[in-house]
Design a protein around this ligand. Sequence first.
Ligand code: PGA
Length: 254
Amino acid sequence: MSNKFLLAANWKMHYGPSKAHEFIESFVEQFSPGSEKEVLFFPASIALTAAVAGSAGKKSGQAISFGVQNIYWEEKGAFTGEISASMAKEGGAKYVLVGHSERRHVFGETDEQCAKKCSAAETAGLFPLLCVGETLEQREAGQTEAVVVSQLKNGLSSLESPSSSVQAIAYEPVWAIGTGKNATPADAATIHNVLRATLVDMFGATVGAGIRILYGGSVKPDNARELLDAENVDGLLVGGASLDVDSWLSICSV
Ligand code: PGA
């Protein structure tokens, strides 16, 4: 079975509402959606509604989706600075990134917190997009497979019905993020095969095969095709190269 490619732009802490709106307007103007691809944007939360509005009423706008980069697991309350899954959904999000390496390494997010966020997303009807990946030290110590498998199992451990709530996960080696050093397609395939086997083990053959596994880490227009051609790579999660309309259009058109 081959999955529809998911091409996801992680804008991190770039672009406020006006720039996000302008970017999406320009993107939908030029993008020709194919039936084999889905395009997804993760703007900053404050720019989500402006980004969504940028795609309104355009034909190709229907082929794109939006998400937020983080949520808190409680539904509401005295949690200054946080947003809930239902707020994100109301703002137009369909997905939420969980456990991105910057959340894990800059903000100390743990596997346990990732599991709570995935569960909260599921309850609100948002798709959690769990990210896993090893640091350079872990890679050099030969721990890559053990690290990513444990992050995957722990992160998705509390879901009630993974068959409908998980659409995609992402493998992002920490040493490849924002460094210009991407994993080779062969290296990506090795880890994606391990993740696929783990998903099948956790959720059975049909569900496990249908969850898309994105690769992220220094994806650029000139390496996107070879990475997408690697075994069990069903899409890309792109930071830096998604911040320029032309560069992102060319990745979405490979
Ligand atoms: P990068 O970031 O494409 O700039 O390496 C990817 C990510 O952090 O999702």
